[in-house]
Every structure is written in structure tokens, then in C-alpha cells.
Design a protein around this ligand. Structure first.
Ligand SMILES: [Zn+2]
Length: 401
């Protein structure tokens, strides 16, 4: 048994959304107490610093170091797993100690982190993105060739389904392969070459089958949902979170509030696609054009959702943008109308609630994992400076950055 106290910092209380001077006492991998004059075997001097629970990104792709299809096509298959090592380290380094991997990471990646073989964030994995023929996960190119972001392999089920029978079987397959959450595309997207982000995908019968089958095994569904109708269908089907949510209208927002659906905005993602293309990445021209078109409407949709009081959890789509720059999302959330303190809650407690993990992460309440981020600037004064002011990161009481 080892105890450590983080002494004398301003500690973020996710419940009041305020920083208050306090000590944080941890024992082994757990938080014991937040209070004053706490004693321990070891001490981390946090005077003049800010202390937060480990941050959570609810939409990352740890297996994608970039989205350049032509580079992916020339990368040896197993090399991709080694590439995930620095991506996970960069994620930890920016204070993100828990993620929801929205496609790409498989059970082996998760297990290797759990077993301590490679450092990485705690994770829930979706494995793959279920989509319809011609949908966001269809890797068919106009040439007739298939160019996937990541090929199918043992442990990574194929992702195209049409009809309720295939939907039911596929949900069972991804859960068998270790998915903690089922991801489905209820609309087209930006990075896929042949679909349209304004079109809804899947019929209600297919979506209800997916949600129902996942629920039988105690899992939730997350939806890549950009089109207005695709968002509404996802909410109607009982899907837990809307990822991206680019084309929201008043009715969609009202439906989300009524159903308690979460929004994971990923505001940095389309900006990242445009930046990557400008830097010379091999991204289909149609995808770059779509990214440019959605940036403004995405921001307006997010602002309207915030104004109406939709529940928001921080998520970035990192992989589309470089890993380790996750916190670039925070000032964009503030620009959309969130108070800086609320942005931090959405990046801690809110994200943990979305994942159903608020009993273990997302706060410094007693019994939670001792995941701690210390910064040398007050995040509330300038969220955009947070990523450059990380002075230490602990996961389960062990320093990781
Ligand atoms: Zn994504």
C-alpha cells in the first residue's frame, strides 16, 4: 500500500464546476480523499498549480495515425499496431487518461494496455463502424477497388450490413469480438468517397434491431450521425450518443433533450481534414470539399444545441486530427457557447456519464481511479493554452507523462 498526496493545488470539483484549494490523497490506484492537511508517504507539490481528474475523449481512433488512404494502403498490416503505441502515449501526454475508441482499436490493443504491456488510456472500444452498402464505412472506390482505412482481419468483423437479419448477426459478431459499445453510421460522412453527409442511412427497422440486440447484452449504441434525418432516426431508435451532429435542426435538438441523447461534437475533425489535405495528404477531393462545406454549419448546429441544453461530452475524432492535440477541441466548445468550466465538466464527469463509467473515472471522488492531470496555468483563463500547460499526468496513481 502506497499513499501519495497532491498538495496545495487548485482542485477541480466536477460537481460544482469550480477550482478550490485542496489536497488530493490517493492510495495505490484509487482516490481516497480531497481535503486539507492530508498526509501520505509521498508528496507531489502542486502549489500554484491546477489539478483535474484525468480527462476523457469519447471519440478517438487510436489505430489511425492519419487519414491518408494511400499511405495506409502502403503500410504493412502489423506496423499499424506499433504505430498505435506513440498515438496512445501522445493521448496520455495531453492529459487524456480514458477514451472511447470509435473504430479501429481491437480487443488485443485494449488488453495490452490493461495488462500494462504498452502505456495507453483506459478504453472502451467499438471495433468497427456498422454501415449500409454505399454508407460511411463502405470502402468501395469509384474505380471499383476497395481501399479500407483498416482491412478486416480475425478479431475485426466486416462492417457492411443490409437488412435486419444481417444487423442482428453483426451486432452479435462485434460483441463477440469484444466491443464495449456498438457504432453505427445513420448518415453519410465526410471522409467516405461516395456518400453524402446530408443523407440518412439505414431504415428504422435496422436501427431498432441494432439497438435492441446490443441492449440484450447490456451495451449502448453510438451513431456517426451528420444528416438531420439520420440524427432523428438515431434518437428515435434509442441510440445513446450522436457523434458529430453536423446538421441539427430545432426538432432534432428537442428530440435529443426529450430522450436524453448525448452529443459528441468533434468540432476539430472537419477542420483537421482540410488541414491534412492542404498539407498534401492523400484524401479524395470529394471528401475535402465536403469537409469545407460542413465546418460553418457544424459550428452553428453545436451552438444551437448548447443553447438549448443538450448534454455534451467531449470528443475529437483524433486520428482524423493528430493524436495529442485532443485539447484543441476545448476552445471550439467554448466558442460554441459553453462556459469554460462546463467544457471541463464535459471532458470529465459528462464524458464518464456517457460511457457509463462515472463510478470509476471523471471525478476525484473517493474510490475513483487516481487519474490526475496537473497544469501550471488556470485552464478556465484560457482553454486554448491548456495543452501547453500540462505539467504532469497520472493514471491509476502512476505517472505517465
Ligand atoms: Zn470517428
Amino acid at each position: 500500500m502506497t499513499t501519495t498526496v497532491f498538495r496545495g493545488g487548485s482542485v477541480f470539483d466536477v460537481h460544482s464546476a469550480e477550482f478550490q484549494l485542496a489536497d488530493v490523497l490517493i492510495e495505490d490506484d484509487r482516490v481516497v480523499e480531497v481535503g486539507s492537511d492530508l498526509d501520505a508517504d509521498n508528496e507531489v507539490d502542486c502549489s500554484g498549480k491546477w489539478v483535474m481528474p484525468g480527462l476523457i475523449d469519447t471519440h478517438v481512433h487510436l489505430m489511425f495515425p492519419h487519414v491518408d488512404l494511400f499511405r495506409h494502403a502502403q503500410t504493412p498490416f502489423s506496423y499499424r499496431f506499433f504505430q498505435a503505441i506513440p498515438s496512445m502515449a501522445a493521448t496520455l501526454g495531453t492529459g487524456i487518461t480514458t477514451v472511447r475508441d470509435a473504430g479501429g482499436a481491437d480487443l488485443g490493443v485494449k488488453q495490452a494496455v490493461v495488462d500494462g504491456i504498452v502505456p495507453g488510456p483506459r478504453m472502451q472500444i467499438a471495433l468497427t463502424l456498422l454501415g449500409q452498402t454505399g454508407g460511411h464505412s463502405d470502402d468501395w472506390m469509384p474505380s471499383g477497388a476497395h481501399i479500407p482505412l483498416l482491412p478486416d482481419y480475425p478479431g475485426m468483423p466486416t462492417s457492411i450490413i443490409d437488412g435486419t437479419d444481417e444487423a442482428r448477426r453483426k451486432v452479435r459478431e462485434v460483441l463477440r469480438a469484444g466491443a464495449d459499445v456498438v457504432k453505427v453510421a445513420t448518415s453519410g460522412g465526410v471522409l467516405s468517397p461516395t456518400d453524402d453527409p446530408t443523407h440518412p442511412h439505414f431504415g428504422m427497422d435496422e436501427l431498432e434491431t441494432i439497438v435492441g440486440e446490443a441492449a440484450i447484452q447490456g451495451r449502448w449504441v453510438m451513431a456517426h450521425a451528420q444528416a438531420t434525418e439520420g440524427i432523428k432516426n438515431a434518437v428515435r431508435a434509442g441510440i445513446r450518443s450522436i457523434e458529430h451532429g453536423i446538421f441539427l435542426d430545432d426538432e432534432a435538438i428537442a428530440m435529443m433533450i426529450e430522450a436524453g441523447t448525448w452529443l459528441v461534437p468533434t468540432l476539430v475533425a472537419p477542420v483537421g481534414v482540410v488541414k491534412a489535405a492542404e498539407a498534401g495528404a492523400g484524401i479524395p477531393e470529394a471528401s475535402v470539399r465536403k469537409a469545407r462545406e460542413v465546418i460553418e454549419v457544424h459550428r452553428a448546429s453545436f451552438a444551437a444545441a448548447v443553447d438549448a441544453g443538450v448534454k455534451v461530452a467531449m470528443g475529437t475524432d483524433s486520428g482524423v486530427t493528430p493524436h495529442g492535440l485532443n485539447l484543441d477541441e476545448l476552445p471550439l466548445m467554448e466558442a460554441g457557447g459553453m462556459l469554460p468550466a462546463d467544457v471541463l465538466v464535459a471532458s470529465t464527469l459528462g464524458a464518464a456519464q456517457l460511457m457509463g463509467w462515472d463510478d470509476r473515472v471523471g471525478s476525484l471522488d473517493p474510490g475513483r481511479f487516481a487519474d490526475v492531470v496537473v497544469t501550471h496555468r488556470n485552464p478556465l483563463e484560457d482553454l486554448s493554452a491548456t495543452r501547453d500547460s500540462i505539467s504532469g499526468v497520472w493514471k491509476g496513481g502512476i505517472g505517465v507523462a
